[in-house]
Design a protein around this ligand. Structure first.
Ligand code: UDX
Length: 479
């Protein structure tokens, strides 16, 4: 085993951060790179795949040039092994991750070994790594080279806790369950969640699994377990959002850092926001919002990966139109899985705006936005919570089913309409989140939660203190 880190004990600390090559993962981990490099005591390399590096440089050039002003943060990239013309969307994820595992590990190792004492930019060797928990093979590679690794999970602590408990659920006979089981029945074998977690709220692969050794179930169980082999586990969350679950995780894996929401933390530390899009942001959405009344607009986005059937798309469309409210909807070019996303706009131009990709954080902070219809991806959930915007949740897959339950039943800042996609339901959910007493109550709770988040990421707050501890630990792991 080559002890790269120890051979270079007197070199300055150099942290490498490597997110999975997906929009939601880059959005979670880039603010951490920004905040850590801003602190000034270590150098930070943010590693992308070549494909995403090209897209980010093209669609977020101002962001990249801002970073280039900071001498201790840089971007590098390695190939993902797929040809350039290959799509990398939700339906190609298995292929993408297979390719990373089989083709990119060699490039990753070469990068860590490059240059001995100094690499081609004159940077010292990497002394610590933060790797996305979805890519344990890179963690293994770095550990084999003697470099300390921290795992970053982009999902909620609650979702990771559920994944960690899959073996216990199987042992307790709660998993798998038959296709005709009552989905509203509560799960009893997940500590700290007995009061609210139903079969319906389990990650999507739990619902599909018919046997205990189901491949997808095992895969996600293994991801969760492998994160606990690292020197520490970093979460994009905080005590203000998930304290009871974080203390459960602490009880089995004591070195955890709850430093989120990172987009809010970085803003509190550096006084500027970070965003990096793999698609072109349509900033005209903000001009359109400027012309709308206070809290009058329903913002709709299903994140970067979710896909709707044509039928679901139309049910949402009619539900929004029939609600009578103004809405801004992100219709990504690949949002509708089959058929087209064409709709009849005649007579609706005043109150409806469709865009291919929005500057979401800025949209959610806009005074014209009244509620957010979301697929409950963890970044979207955090961005909405930090902006104090009530949510209507329609989780699509994976961890999103757990997140929407947190929003609806634990924080009570939104409504959970998982599993239903009928225009009448969409309309009534939009009305409930926008009009009358229920809407007022959701808004009050959402405002309280946003205040709590601001406190938590601000000086002396729990997320800020965890961030400072993380920085100290990276420096001491780098010795
Ligand atoms: C998926 C998971 O479901 C999520 O929970 C996990 O943490 C990451 O992978 P995704 O579909 O990408 O996530 O959703 P989400 O986590 O919400 O991330 C989407 C990101 O894209 C958000 O940061 C959001 O601000 C951004 N976005 C989305 C835009 O900038 N513009 C848009 O128009 C839509």
């Amino acid at each position: 085993m080559m002890e790269v880190a120890k051979e270079n004990m007197r070199q300055p600390a150099h942290l490498l951060i490597f997110p999975a090559p997906l929009q939601g993962h880059i959005n979670a981990m880039l603010p951490l790179a920004d905040a850590l490099s801003f602190a000034g005591s270590l150098r930070v390399t943010f590693l992308n795949t070549d494909h995403n590096h090209r897209l980010l440089s093209f669609f977020s050039p101002s962001q990249y040039s801002r970073f280039s002003l900071r001498p201790n943060l840089r971007f590098l990239s390695i190939p993902d092994g797929l040809s350039d013309d290959k799509p990398r969307s939700a339906y190609q994820l298995t292929e993408l991750f297979h390719s990373l595992r089989t083709h990119s590990v060699d490039s990753f190792r070469a990068l860590l070994l490059a240059g001995g004492n100094k690499d081609r930019d004159g940077w010292p060797p990497v002394t610590c790594i933060i790797v996305d928990g979805l890519m344990p093979y890179f963690m293994d590679e770095a550990q084999a080279l003697g470099i300390p690794v921290l795992a970053f999970r982009t999902i909620s602590a609650s979702s990771l806790w559920v994944y960690l408990q899959i073996p216990q659920m199987i042992e307790a006979g709660e998993l798998p369950f038959p296709a005709d089981a009552d989905l509203d029945e509560h799960i009893k074998s997940v500590p700290a969640m007995e009061g609210f977690l139903r079969r319906r709220d389990l990650p999507s692969m739990c619902r599909k699994a018919t046997k205990a050794d189901d491949k997808e179930l095992q895969l996600f169980t293994n991801f969760a377990a492998s994160s606990t082999r690292s020197k520490g586990l970093i979460f994009n969350t905080s005590d203000s959002l998930e304290a009871p679950i974080l203390s459960q995780i602490d009880s089995i894996f004591p070195t955890t850092y709850a430093v989120g929401p990172l987009h809010a933390l970085v803003e509190s530390i550096t006084s500027s926001s970070v965003s990096a899009s793999l698609l072109a942001e349509d900033r005209s959405a903000l001009n359109w919002l400027d012309a709308q009344p206070y809290r009058s607009v329903v913002y709709v986005s299903f994140g970067s990966l979710a896909r709707l059937t044509h039928e679901e798309f139309l049910e949402f469309w009619h539900g929004f139109v029939n609600s009578g409210h103004r809405f801004l909807w992100v219709v990504r070019p690949d949002l509708v899985a089959e058929g087209t996303a064409a709709v009849e706009m005649a007579g609706l131009e005043e109150r409806v705006r469709l865009v291919a990709w929005a500057p979401q954080e800025a949209v959610l902070r806009h005074r014209a936005v009244g509620c957010f219809i979301t697929h409950s991806g963890w970044n979207s959930t955090l961005e909405s919570a930090a902006a104090g915007v009530p949510m209507v949740c329609w989780p699509w897959a994976w961890d999103q089913l757990v997140n929407s339950r947190l929003v609806g039943e634990v924080w009570k800042v939104g409504l959970d309409m998982k599993d239903v996609c009928k225009r009448e339901m969409v309309e009534s959910m939009v009305r409930a989140a926008m009009e009358g007493e229920k809407a007022e109550e959701l808004r009050r709770k959402a405002t309280d939660l946003a205040v709590e988040i601001r406190r938590s990421v601000g000086e002396g707050g729990d997320a800020r203190l965890d961030f400072e501890r993380l920085l100290r630990d990276i420096l001491s792991l780098s010795l």
